[in-house]
Design a protein around this ligand. Structure first.
Ligand SMILES: *Cc1c(COP(=O)(O)O)cnc(C)c1O
Length: 369
């Protein structure tokens, strides 16, 4: 069986460093807000190219807390609108509605699966405060056209970098190009903890201090609460794991690019559409291939065929946010491109520990479909 993602294999490949790091935390006697988190925050800020990094409990909280901080700063209020791609993972949208802000869904580009820059402007109103830009599947979503809109309408740019750790937009890493970015260290992400974890990066000092307080009960001084905050902290033990894994992130992403390139060059099938503009993105490092997502009209038969041939695949994602039960009032809306994507996509095995042999086997089996 070729696994979609061999998480144990990935973490085994970091031994004995992970075990040593666990031991370091045990010896320190600190479990929260200690030296591991502080050091990881510095290392990750430095890696991303942002001034500040605040560790939080997960990627959803990272996005929630950024928006909450803007509300505390008086820069957003209930009912304000946030532009967001309609085909994102639901967490981006939950972060918006959780703050009583209004997600304004914009269709993606069918070729890149990222928000279609040309469809954004018609959705901007007097209530629009920000664009939440999702670098979906690991591919940079920033475009000069979006930059112009931010300036023209004085909008904030919030990046959802959960799937794109290490990715570049030109010479900058994604996560450093907007006003603030949310990062996820969910175990399956390109840099995964051994449990939940997340972070926020920003260059804005005021925002940083409010976020830091919000994530710690709204308190910057023990037992003094300036905001109605929440408890969302990165554990010392997860920070220690992430410090080990950050050192190899660029190399792991390079391996993902090699696998993606091999898929792109060798999968040849009339009914399968490969992810687009790969070669250019491989060269510009604008894709870290969190997922390798193909499209086919026979998606369900194709997935079954692969399973019968011992190739495990997943669908990212089977139901678009506007069709979910939790957003009933949107269920009748129609987002054609988004729905098409959810009906046709399939993610092939992808991870830095996928062997040469398995990559070849996947291609062989796919081509025989
Ligand atoms: C994983 C993910 C999140 C949420 O991260 P968690 O750490 O799982 O809370 C947010 N947005 C996107 C696009 C994601 O893929």
């Amino acid at each position: 069986m070729i696994k979609f993602l061999d998480l144990k294999g990935i973490n085994d490949s970091f031994e004995p460093e992970l075990t040593n790091a666990v031991k370091r935390v045990l010896d320190s006697g600190y479990y929260l807000l200690g030296n591991e988190v502080k050091t990881f925050e510095e290392e990750y800020a430095n890696y991303i190219g942002a001034k500040y990094c605040i560790g939080v409990a997960n990627g959803l909280d990272a996005l929630r807390v950024i928006l909450k901080a803007y509300i505390e700063m008086g820069q957003m209020e209930e009912g304000d609108e946030i532009i967001v791609p309609a085909n994102t993972y639901i967490a981006s949208i939950l972060a918006i509605t959780d703050n009583r802000l209004v997600p304004v869904l914009v269709e993606p580009d069918i070729n890149t699966y990222n928000i279609a820059p040309s469809l954004i402007e018609e959705k901007i109103t007097n209530c629009t405060k920000a664009i939440m830009l999702v670098h979906l599947y690991g591919q940079n979503a920033m475009q000069p056209e979006i930059q112009s809109l931010l300036e023209k309408y004085n909008l904030k740019l919030i990046e959802d970098n959960a799937q794109a750790a290490g990715c570049f937009y030109g010479k900058q890493r994604t996560g450093s190009i907007g006003d603030a970015a949310g990062h996820s260290f969910y175990p399956g992400k390109n840099i995964g903890a051994l449990g939940d974890g997340g972070a926020i990066t920003t260059n804005d000092k005021k925002l940083e201090s409010i976020i830091r307080a919000l994530a710690n009960y709204g308190s910057s001084k023990k037992y003094v609460n300036d905001y109605k905050g929440l408890n969302s902290r990165l554990d010392e033990i997860q920070a220690a794991m992430l410090r080990v894994k950050l050192k190899r992130l660029d190399r792991d992403n390079q391996r993902r690019r090699e696998i993606a390139q091999y898929y792109c060059e060798n999968i040849i099938h009339p009914d399968i559409i490969l992810p687009q503009s790969n070669m250019q993105n491989i060269e510009t490092l604008a894709h870290v291939w969190h997922l390798y997502v193909i499209r086919t009209l026979q998606r369900d038969q194709f997935q079954k065929y692969l399973a019968d041939n011992d190739v495990q695949t997943l669908i990212h994602y089977p139901i678009p946010p506007h069709k979910q039960n939790c957003y009933k009032k949107w269920n009748n809306l129609s987002y054609e491109i988004t729905e098409q994507i959810h009906n046709e996509v399939l993610s092939l095995p992808m991870s830095p520990v996928l062997s040469e042999e398995d990559v070849c086997k996947v291609v062989e089996i796919v081509n025989k479909f």
